[in-house]
Design a protein around this ligand. Structure first.
Ligand code: GRF
Length: 202
């Protein structure tokens, strides 16, 4: 089976990117890690792991469209089968999202469709949720609203704080994202007519 060529986009810590790299899945070929911030801590890890890294700073572009066009060109040099958002803190233009239709994935720290956007752990606690978790989804123009591929659920504990909950969800994220990419590489699911179609492999 041909490995899935992957480009990972980060903006900061990069711990999800790291979990994907550390999984050393022969079916997941991380071709490049690209950051929109030069100070993203994850870049150093990727460089040390021998992965090609690039910084494309959004502040040097006049518009969101101009930045996304440039980003697309940088990404496409690597001919990815999947573009993986891992803490990439940018809203993407419809043109960019359409270009990667069916191969643009994101991880979000909530059980979508609950708690789209920021501060998901605090909001889950405030809402009194019994369960919380993380979701991997296809990215569409609807922010954090694309079809969900897989989720990891954990119980919310009585003495949980925003920090403790975030830490336990992050452990799940690090398990979930490499698993989902492995499944994508095997063709276990795909985006069809705006929905995730899971295929049974005999
Ligand atoms: C993660 O919680 C992820 O779900 C969200 O942003 C955070 C990124 O963390 N999209 P890291 O940069 O992967 O450590």
């Amino acid at each position: 089976m041909k490995p899935l060529a992957v480009v990972i986009l980060i903006s900061g810590r990069g711990s999800n990117m790291r979990s994907i790299v550390e999984a050393q899945d022969p079916l997941v070929d991380v071709r490049a890690v690209i950051s929109n911030r030069a100070d993203a801590a994850g870049l150093l890890y990727a460089q040390q792991a021998g992965i090609h890294t690039e910084v494309l700073s959004h502040q040097y572009y006049d518009s969101r469209e101009a930045f996304d066009e440039a980003l697309q060109q940088v990404i496409d040099k690597h001919r990815p089968d999947a573009v993986v958002l891992a803490g990439f803190m940018r809203i993407l233009t419809p043109q960019f999202v359409q270009h990667y239709h069916g191969r643009l994935l994101n991880i979000h720290p909530s059980l979508l469709p609950a708690f789209k956007g920021l501060h998901t752990h605090r909001r889950a606690l405030e809402a009194g949720c019994q369960e919380h978790g993380a979701s991997v989804h296809f990215v569409t123009e609807d922010l954090d609203g694309g079809p969900v591929i897989a989720q990891a659920k954990i119980p919310v504990l009585p003495d949980d704080t925003e920090q403790s909950l975030a830490a336990r969800v992050l452990v799940e994220e690090h398990r979930l994202y490499p698993q989902v990419l492995h499944q994508f590489a095997t063709g276990a699911f795909q985006l069809v007519d705006g929905q995730v179609q899971h295929c049974t492999v005999n």
